[in-house]
Design a protein around this ligand. Structure first.
Ligand SMILES: CCCCCCCCCCCCCCCCCCCCCCCC(=O)SCCNC(=O)CCNC(=O)[C@H](O)C(C)(C)COP(=O)(O)OP(=O)(O)OC[C@H]1O[C@@H](n2cnc3c(N)ncnc32)[C@H](O)[C@@H]1OP(=O)(O)O
Ligand SMILES: Cc1cc2nc3c(=O)[nH]c(=O)nc-3n(C[C@H](O)[C@H](O)[C@H](O)COP(=O)(O)OP(=O)(O)OC[C@H]3O[C@@H](n4cnc5c(N)ncnc54)[C@H](O)[C@@H]3O)c2cc1C
Length: 675
């Protein structure tokens, strides 16, 4: 038996797809170890996939697009119950990476009744509950004796947390907090799994003690009777209705009518309220925002995965779809031969790799900050907040764009739900909004950049942190791309640094200049905000390039290093062309240098072409996880599209009741009127 570098090859597959896999120059298992940041985890993912493949009770009973929302929730609850029961046979206990993979395989991306329980409820209790509170609630939450969510956003306010309307007023006499929703706009609105599934929530409310507003604080709140699941007295609760996607999750609304909870339900790891109402403030004002930072840190990887779902589907399909000729004397070509198709897909393949490498660094920093904060050291919180605010915005934005490009690259069949592209897009694009609307989060990063710019302008560059140290460096007068005999990544990084530095200092100048002219700070900020957000994007894109360079430098396997270097070349050239306005406007890069960049881009599109399928196969998504007829590993697309269409509920009968009831009489009366 021949051992191929691409481990997805099987006998009986579509020969066009096999031919693509045979040309792959690197071992896809080794590449998976790069993607998932560890050989052990990549292997465990495969093992989990194999276990699931052998257990039909964990498979979808029919394609999701053929189910109603109610059916999907029922089906998802069935599978959730099974995986909970058999968890220890499938994954290592408490291994969140393995749990994440198990979820994606069995439950998929449309959510499930305990999605927010794992993503936010447990992280909020872990980071914000005192040890005593953890003994009471965390163990029960981990054992799934209770199901919880994170209820912060309201009908009227999601971004501006200081103006939430839900209040938690301390009653010294009874040592209770009274939760109250004063208006319709104060209803909690959006929290995942609040609508129907959760019986507890970590609720964010403005805390009032003796008439003083202490701002948003987090409280552990029982919502439903643990036995009957009926809403408790004083609670109004329900589902907010269908969304663009993610409909297996019951995002909900919640109102409180003077609802009382004990004082000790305020999460008190960092903040305390004593029985007499004395407030003990936390070591950092935003320490209770930790559950949001948790999701922002992890969603970089989550977004990269969803982008790669779409790219896997489109790249495989483009290798089996033949349409038109390039050389008219030759047969029809795979659509992947077209340079336009490569240009549509390959730069996003490079971005997906770049995002997952940046995501791994972010999680590492997050874990470090979590440990430090637990010991009272909050010094890195601002850096983590700035980094994750920028990354969640930039990565979710390009992920959504990339998925849409991948859908269009599949032509008409991309528009069918058989491709699963619309759901992948719908779930991923939610990431542009949840955990902080992208513009708002870019502005959070901009605050950090403006402070850094001010250090540069006042001669204090030595105080700049490592993420922004480049702001204090001096630029070359022009870019050295194509001006040195061996243009390498260093010239590109210096060019991106120049672009980000110039934009940051320019935007900061605009802001400070407006204030010098007498504008109040918030007005000056608003008038500079488009320029400030441009700086935030450029800074974040620089970070992503640097994370990619760092990873490629670490790779030892020469075959992997070569293909990752090709991808990095593609990435830096594509990025530079995409931001060429910034590079050209001060003459740092000339138009002849951009011609070189363009040539390099086309060169690397062609160089990557034989590895394209192996690059997407390396993500090692099973068919069950992808849920796409177009993206099937075996490439047998057409016969399965036909089978999929035949299984459509509309095809259960030849004549629909609507035809009997309306169309037939309509046609009959039209015919009769002609007589
Ligand atoms: C392996 C584990 C797996 C886990 C996976 C999880 C990822 C899932 C992805 C997986 C993909 C798979 C497919 C399925 C995907 C579907 C998942 C769906 C999950 C949905 C969950 C969504 C949940 C939510 O949306 S919860 C609600 C989120 N809401 C927000 O984000 C609100 C945004 N607003 C804010 O954050 C604030 O209001 C803010 C920051 C804009 C302003 O805050 P505030 O008014 O209090 O601040 P100011 O007084 O203005 O002061 C600003 C000042 O504070 C600093 N600061 C702010 N925040 C922080 C912070 N967090 N840390 C440190 N510092 C902070 C800020 O920098 C300013 O400082 P200055 O010095 O003054 O500049
Ligand atoms: C799929 C999904 C799941 C969610 N899950 C949860 C959950 O589990 N728990 C929870 O509590 N919430 C959840 N949310 C809510 C989510 O966190 C908020 O919708 C999000 O934070 C955005 O807030 P908003 O809706 O108030 O947007 P808005 O702030 O109303 O945004 C509207 C527009 O105003 C702009 N804008 C607002 N403020 C500013 C500003 N200061 N400067 C410049 N522009 C501004 C925005 O950029 C945007 O263009 C979820 C949302 C979605 C879509």
């Amino acid at each position: 038996m021949v051992h191929h570098q691409n481990k997805a090859i099987r006998e009986g597959d579509n020969p066009d797809l096999t031919a693509e896999r045979v040309t792959g120059t690197f071992d896809t298992h080794s590449m998976a170890a790069q993607i998932y940041n560890s050989e052990a985890h990549a292997r465990r993912r495969r093992e989990i996939t194999e276990i699931i493949a052998k257990r039909p009770e964990l498979h979808d009973t029919k394609p999701f697009p053929f189910m109603t929302r109610e059916e999907k929730i029922l089906e998802s609850s069935r599978k959730l119950t099974l995986i909970t029961k058999h968890m220890n046979e499938i994954i290592e206990p408490n291994n969140s990476n393995e749990m994440f993979h198990l979820n994606n395989e069995v439950l998929g991306i449309e959510g499930h009744p305990m999605a927010l329980h794992g993503i936010m409820f447990i992280p909020a209790l872990t980071a914000q509950a005192s040890e005593e509170q953890q003994k009471k609630w965390l163990t029960r939450a981990i054992n799934r004796e209770i199901v919880g969510t994170y209820a912060q956003t309201e009908l009227g306010h999601g971004t501006n947390l200081q103006n939430l309307e839900t209040t938690a007023t301390y009653d010294v006499a009874t040592q209770e907090f009274v939760l109250h929703t004063p208006t319709i706009t104060g209803l909690k609105w959006w929290p995942g799994n609040l609508g129907k599934s959760s019986n507890y929530a970590v609720v964010v409310a403005l805390m009032f003690i003796k008439g003083k507003n202490y701002g948003p604080h987090t409280f552990m709140v029982p919502l439903r009777d643990e036995k009957t699941h009926q809403p408790l007295k004083g609670i109004t609760i329900g589902d907010i209705g269908p969304k663009i996607a993610y409909n297996v999750t019951d995002n909900g609304f919640l109102g409180f009518d003077h609802y009382r909870i004990p004082r000790t339900n305020l999460l008190m790891r960092h903040t305390r309220v004593e029985p007499d109402g004395t407030y003990v403030k936390p070591p950092h004002a935003k320490i209770n925002y930790s559950a949001m930072v948790h999701v922002r840190s992890h969603m970089i990887t989550g977004q990269a995965i969803m982008l790669s779902y779409a790219l896997t589907i489109a790249t495989r399909y483009s290798s089996v779809r033949r349409q038109g000729q390039i050389d008219t004397t030759q047969p029809e070509v795979k659509v992947l031969e077209y340079q336009t198709q490569q240009h549509r897909l390959f730069p996003y393949i490079a971005r997906a790799y770049a995002f997952v490498f940046a995501g791994a660094e972010t999680v590492k920093l997050y874990e470090r900050v979590l440990e430090e904060v637990a010991t009272g050291n909050v010094s890195l919180m601002a850096d983590l907040h700035a980094l994750t605010s920028g990354l969640k915005s930039v990565v979710s934005h390009y992920t959504a764009q990339g998925i849409e490009q991948a859908r269009m690259a599949c032509g008409g069949h991309g528009y069918s739900q058989a491709s699963y592209m619309s759901e992948i897009f719908g779930v991923a694009v939610g990431g542009c909004t949840y955990e902080g609307e992208n513009m708002v989060m870019l502005l959070q990063l901009a605050r950090y950049l403006v402070k850094s710019a001010s250090l540069v302008k006042t001669g204090q560059s030595s105080k700049l942190g490592p993420l922004v140290a480049y702001l204090g460096a001096k630029s070359d007068s022009t870019s050295l791309i194509d001006r040195t005999p061996t243009t390498g990544f260093a010239e590109y990084v210096k060019t991106f640094q120049h672009i980000a530095r110039r934009q940051t200092l320019k935007a900061a100048d605009k802001f400070f200049g407006l204030m010098e002219k007498g504008e109040k700070r918030p007005i000056a900020w608003n008038k500079s905000s488009v320029e400030l957000n441009r700086a935030s994007r450029l800074h974040t894109r620089l970070y992503i390039v640097e994370a990619f360079v760092r990873r490629v430098e670490e790779v030892a396997d020469p075959r992997l290093k070569e293909v990752l270097t090709d991808l990095l070349h593609l990435h830096v050239n594509y990025e530079l062309l995409d931001m060429s306005t910034y590079a050209l406007e001060d003459g740092f890069v000339s138009s002849s240098q951009l011609d070189y960049v363009r040539d390099q881009l086309y060169f690397y599109l062609a160089k990557i072409r034989p590895n394209a399928v192996s690059l997407v196969d390396s993500w090692e998504f099973s068919d069950q996880e992808l849920r796409s007829v177009l993206g099937r590993r075996d490439g047998h697309v057409y016969e399965n599209l036909f089978a999929w269409a035949k299984a459509s509920p509309l095809n259960k009968t030849d004549v629909l009741p609507s035809v009997d009831k309306y169309l037939k009489p309509l046609m009959e009366s039209a015919r009769a009127s002609k007589l």
